[in-house]
Design a protein around this ligand. Structure first.
Ligand SMILES: NC(=O)c1ccc[n+]([C@@H]2O[C@H](COP(=O)([O-])OP(=O)(O)OC[C@H]3O[C@@H](n4cnc5c(N)ncnc54)[C@H](O)[C@@H]3O)[C@@H](O)[C@H]2O)c1
Length: 345
């Protein structure tokens, strides 16, 4: 059986990551491309003779021969398209963040449950060899109880699509917290066994929006989101997580990081390099696992996992409930920053 895929949104991440992911699976066939900017869908479709092209996702999801809808549009549209597609009986693979607010994320989860179809959101960072290895040793209890951690993705200068949808709150839901935070907070929570978040506290800043860019040009377009967010999350098992995300800040260099400290050992995953910190025979041990197999790109691995789940050969490791918890956390951090106090979830 070949699963027929229709995609909505043929921009940057679709071309860079989704297309290779779908093409890597020999039980999948892309049959239609949809983009609000139709010329983008048409240009992509040229390489795939016989595929259909749309500029309205409602026409795409009305095609009864399509099994899967892949969504890679700006964040605002994820929930609307996912819910409509699920209600038409399609399985849905959606880019992160699931939605721009918790109500929409919950509606997506409800639509998935009611339709009995699979809804999965991209969590590509869970699929690196380093993250999977860390998950295995944590599950075997080798690091003991994970009780406190830090994670972040901090850029010195790296504002995406300045003046476009990324920096427009109505379309994106926020700045680096929702854009980068979803990746690293998700990986931290997944590795720690998905504890339930109970309180959050956060601060957000917008210090680079109005500055001239590197060529001295005054930026045009909307920039009404933060460029840095910092915060603190408490979980129901007593664990805590410090977080920090920036698109621009005066630091030495860009860094993507996650650390958990456990009672028997800890680890850091810094720019995708894993280090383990344990103790043996009275000595402190530092280890750096090396992975010799050629890695499957993270996004491809995530899409392949989704397809295997649709085919009933794997159980989803990413659930709509993870998405609801994630968007609740992000939304509460924005609320905490606005109100200047801790928020109970
Ligand atoms: N997982 C990752 O590593 C990763 C990386 C980058 C972006 N993303 C996510 O992917 C999504 C897309 O990001 P991007 O960088 O590709 O953006 P992009 O702007 O390059 O592409 C978005 C595309 O969607 C189209 N579009 C806009 N509204 C639409 C609508 N209503 N219906 C159909 N098409 C529509 C646009 O014309 C554009 O071609 C975002 O949600 C972003 O957060 C994920």
């Amino acid at each position: 059986m070949t699963l027929k895929v229709g995609v909505v949104g043929t921009g940057g991440i679709f071309k860079h990551a989704h297309l290779p992911g779908w093409l890597s699976h020999d039980e999948v066939e892309i049959v239609a491309f949809c983009d609000a900017f139709k010329a983008s869908a048409e240009a992509t479709a040229k390489d795939f003779p016989g595929t259909k092209v749309y500029d309205d996702y409602r026409e795409l999801i009305a095609d009864p021969s399509i099994d899967i809808i892949g969504i890679s549009t700006p964040n605002l549209y994820h929930s609307e398209i996912a819910i409509a597609a699920l209600r038409k009986g399609k399985h849905v693979f959606c880019e992160k963040p699931d939605a721009i607010n918790p109500d929409e994320a919950q509606k997506m989860a409800d639509a998935a449950r009611e339709s009995g179809k699979l809804l999965m959101t991209m969590r590509n960072n869970r699929f690196s060899e380093e993250a999977k290895f860390a998950k295995r040793i944590i599950e075997k209890g080798q690091l003991g109880e994970l009780y406190t951690g830090r994670c972040g993705w901090i850029r010195r200068r790296g504002i995406p699509g300045r003046g476009g949808w990324f920096t427009t709150k109505e379309l994106s839901g926020g700045g680096p917290l929702i854009d980068l935070g979803v990746h690293m907070i998700d990986m931290a929570m997944w590795l720690a066994g998905n504890p339930k978040p109970v309180t959050v506290s956060g601060s957000t800043y917008r210090k680079f929006a109005d500055r001239p860019d590197a060529s001295g040009n005054i930026p045009q377009g909307t920039f009404d989101v933060e460029d840095l967010a910092a915060g603190f999350i408490r979980f129901d098992n007593g664990a805590s997580l410090q977080i920090e995300f920036s698109w621009a800040s005066n630091i030495e260099e860009e860094k993507k990081f996650l650390e958990w400290r456990g009672t028997e050992g800890g680890f850091s995953l810094i720019n995708d390099k894993l280090s383990l910190f344990t103790e043996n025979e009275g000595a402190l041990i530092n280890q750096q696992p090396l992975f010799t197999a050629a890695p499957v790109p993270q996004h491809t691995a995530n899409i392949r996992h989704f397809v295997e789940c649709v085919l009933g050969r794997e159980q989803p490791i990413i659930t709509p409930e993870h998405g609801v918890d994630m968007i609740k956390i992000l939304s509460a951090i924005y609320e905490s920053a606005e109100r200047g106090r801790e928020i109970v979830l």
